[in-house]
Structure formats: C-alpha cells, structure tokens
Design a protein around this ligand. Structure first.
Ligand code: PLP
Length: 438
C-alpha cells in the first residue's frame, strides 16, 4: 500500500454492487498471480471464478504484460475507421482459425455488452441488405444475460437488469427458461427438455417469421445462475431458426476460449450459429476487448454495393485497439502452448464429482455443471439472495476462496490452469462455509 492516506470510497459508484454494504466492509484485492489473489491484509484468496469468468490462463501472465508493454510503446493507438494497423488483421485471421468453419470474419469491440449489441445490429442490418427489412424482432430467453447495453438488456431475461430502464426495450420476445423441474443434481446436460426449444415455433407462429431477425442464447447460461441446456436443445434451436430464415446468435462471452472444452461451445456442440459473440477470455481479462464472429454468408451480403460505400455504420473508437490486439495474440499463444482448451476435458469429471459432493447438505437445492463451470443453488431462506451472499462472504473472509453469487446461486469457473488441489481447496471452503452457516 502507498504511504498516502487511503482514498475515500465515496466517489466510485461501483457496478452491480450494494455500494453502502460493500464500503462498510470492503473486500479488496491488491495483486494476483496464477490461481490466487492477494488481499491488502496479506491473505491469498483462491480465484475460483477466473476473475469475472475471464482470466482463463490464470493471473500475472508475463507474456501478456510484456506484449502489452511493447505494444503501448510502439503504437499506443491507431484508428481503425478508414485506417488500420497490421495486428488487427493478424488477430482477426488468427481468431477465425478457432471459430467453426464458414465463420471467417471478425468485428472487434471492447466488451461483452458491445459484442452483443454489435451482433444484434449486424443481424438487423443483414436482413435489410437482403431486402428483408421487416425482420426487426429479436428473441432472447428467460434468465439470459447478454450484458448491459440497451440491446443486451432487451433480449436479456433477468428482470432486475430490465425493470428500471424504460421504454427502449420493445420489439423483443423471450423463449422460456430451458430447464425442467425434476432434473436437479443432473451431472452435465439434462436428458429431458430438448422440446423446450419447440416453443420457438410458437413465438414464430405468433409474430410471423417474416418479422423476426434473430434468436440469441448463451449455449450455457452463466451469469443468470449456471443453466445447462438439455441434450439436443441447441440443435433444435439451430434447426428451427434455419428453417425460418432467422439468424442464430450464440453469446459465447463466457463459453468462449476454452471454458467448456474446445475453443467455443459452438465447436464443442458441433453447431454452427450465424454469429458468435465473445470477449472476456479473448485477452485473459487483461485489456478490455470483444470480438464478434460473423458467418461468410452474412459478411458477404454486405459486400455487394459500391466499393467506396461504407458497408456497416457501426464501430468503436477502440475497435481492434492495438494494445488489446497485442494482449489477445499473447493470450492465444498461451492457450495454444499450454493446451488450455483441453483442460475442461481433462479435469471436467473431477470438477463435476467434487461439486456434486456438496449435495449432502439439505440447504443445497440443486447443483449444475458443465466443462469447468459449476453452479450451486441453495433453497432460499427468509430473504431470497441472502444465502448466496452469506456463503460468498464466508468463503472470502474465512475460506480464502472467491466465488460468485447470483441471488441464491453460487457460480464457479476457475482459470483453466486449475489443478485438482485447487478444486479440493475451493470445495473445502464451500463445505466449511455451508457447515458453519447452516
Ligand atoms: N454476455 C454474456 C453471456 C456474459 O456473461 C456477459 C458478462 O458476464 C456479457 C455478455 C457482458 O459482458 P461485459 O460485462 O464485458 O460487457
């Protein structure tokens, strides 16, 4: 800590935080390396959530910090509107080697939220360039999280993220939550529930396919509480959308870059959507960046007008920022060299068994997992959300493990460098926390 007196905490309005509660008893980090954060009081805290689902290669990777440092000295910024720098092309091409075949184009932005808004805008504009401008409706899903832009909260399915924000949220509809009661404690994908995708046919019948531009879902829903799609569900969505000329967007901001095994969930499930959103693990969380993968068919549809015409009126000052590109390239090198996209295959079963060992507690209502993602849901107490918070706090202060919570659901997604002993450490902290509290 510096010798200067600690700053007042009043000025920073913290995101998605109970500000007054936090500031009364702050949970702070000072540094991080590998699987651990260090707190100002000198404790090592195991990162069981890869920061915010983003630090997939673990903390303090010097290859990334050195690449960033070199880049910022060499070219700190270059516009990518009508000008560019070579690394933007290099990164885009490199990324398309990871995406499913036929998705060979990348649009850069700075976050998951921007990635979602970009994908929704491309979907709408695509139908227009194809002469199908009536396709303006967007379909999301209950409990979906697609960031906090107006586009993202419109298709998102979490009421707290929507209810305060007024009237720009129209022109959307939502699929039902893809989970069936009675499938609690399923390991991996539930066997039942693929037919929940058929509800899309009902939505199409209601509005008319000719009014619908796109359907967006997270292949595994993360922030809304770790919901794993039933076997066959995603394929059905693909079949129905294709049949009706509706674009399918997979929001892979969490599932991208190795989280469930393979580069993307699209590859893992062998389903090619029309657009894939990504961010987070793209730069290992070190520098903000997002990337939207676009199918050749969509991209090429924009490339038919006069050559001097701008094809898409969209972009960000920091699209393909050179420093972010450097961070991403260094990150991809690490993923490749350390074979981290395989880690969920190597350790997924151990992760699953350890997580499900917490079923022994009556307070645990459900446990869900896939790849290196895990969710533990508690029966709500008198005040919904309290149990999630209490276990999270206990783990942070007493168990020295960072977990995440959404209401009464804990979510975990360790860096892909995780080893069995880290999994044991996380589960022990949870077990002790639950025992101490209930
Ligand atoms: N989409 C999904 C599936 C996410 O999980 C998130 C963040 O958790 C986002 C979008 C938004 O990303 P960001 O917070 O970088 O805007």
């Amino acid at each position: 800590m510096s010798m200067m007196s600690a700053p007042s905490m009043d000025s920073f309005w913290m995101p998605f935080t109970a500000n007054r509660q936090f500031k009364a008893n702050p949970r702070m980090f000072e540094s991080a390396e590998g699987m651990y954060y260090k707190t100002p009081d000198g404790r090592s805290v195991l990162d069981s959530t890869a920061g915010l689902w983003c630090v997939n290669a673990g903390h303090g990777r010097t290859q990334i910090s050195e690449a960033v440092s070199r880049q910022i000295q060499n070219l700190d910024f270059a516009p990518t509107f009508q000008l560019c720098h070579p690394m933007a092309f290099e990164l885009a091409e490199r990324l398309t080697k990871l995406s499913p075949a036929g998705m060979d184009h990348v649009f850069f932005c700075n976050s998951g939220s921007e990635s979602v808004d970009t994908a929704l805008k491309i979907a709408l504009a695509y139908h227009r360039v194809k002469g199908d401008a009536g396709r303006t409706r967007l379909i999301g899903r209950e409990k979906g999280y697609h960031g906090t832009g107006f586009g993202g909260i419109s298709v998102g399915g979490l009421v707290n993220n929507r209810r305060a924000f007024g009237s720009l949220l129209n022109g959307v509809d939502h699929l039902k939550h893809a989970w069936t009661p009675g499938t609690e404690f399923t390991k991996g994908q539930p066997e039942v529930g693929a037919n929940l995708a058929d509800e899309l046919e009902g939505i199409i019948a209601l509005h008319g396919a000719e009014t619908i531009a796109a359907v967006i879902v997270e292949p595994i829903a993360g922030s809304g509480g770790v919901w794993v799609p039933p076997k066959g569900y995603l394929q059905r969505l693909r079949d129905i959308t294709r049949k009706h000329g509706i674009l399918l967007i997979f929001d892979e901001v969490i599932t991208g870059y190795g989280r469930i095994g393979g580069a993307f969930a699209s590859n893992h499930f062998d389903i090619t959507p029309d657009l894939i959103t990504s961010a987070k693990g793209l730069t290992n969380g070190a520098i903000p960046m997002g990337a939207v993968f676009v199918s050749n068919e969509i991209h090429d549809a924009f490339m038919t007008g006069p050559e001097e015409a701008i094809e898409l009126f969209h972009g960000y000052t920091y699209s393909a920022h050179p420093v972010a590109c450097a961070a991403a390239l260094a990150t991809l090198d690490i993923y490749e060299k350390e074979n981290l996209f395989n880690k969920a295959y190597e350790l997924g079963e151990y992760w699953q068994e350890q997580l499900h060992s917490l079923k022994e507690f009556d307070v645990v209502k459900d446990i869900r997992n896939y790849g290196l993602v895990g969710g533990i849901e508690f029966h709500s107490g008198d005040k919904p959300g309290q149990r999630g918070y209490d276990v999270f706090e206990h783990c942070f202060w007493k168990g020295n493990v960072m977990v995440r919570y959404t209401m009464d659901i804990l979510a975990m997604s360790p860096p892909l460098i995780v080893e069995k002993e880290h999994i044991d450490e996380a589960i022990t902290a949870l077990r002790n926390g639950i025992k101490a509290l209930y």
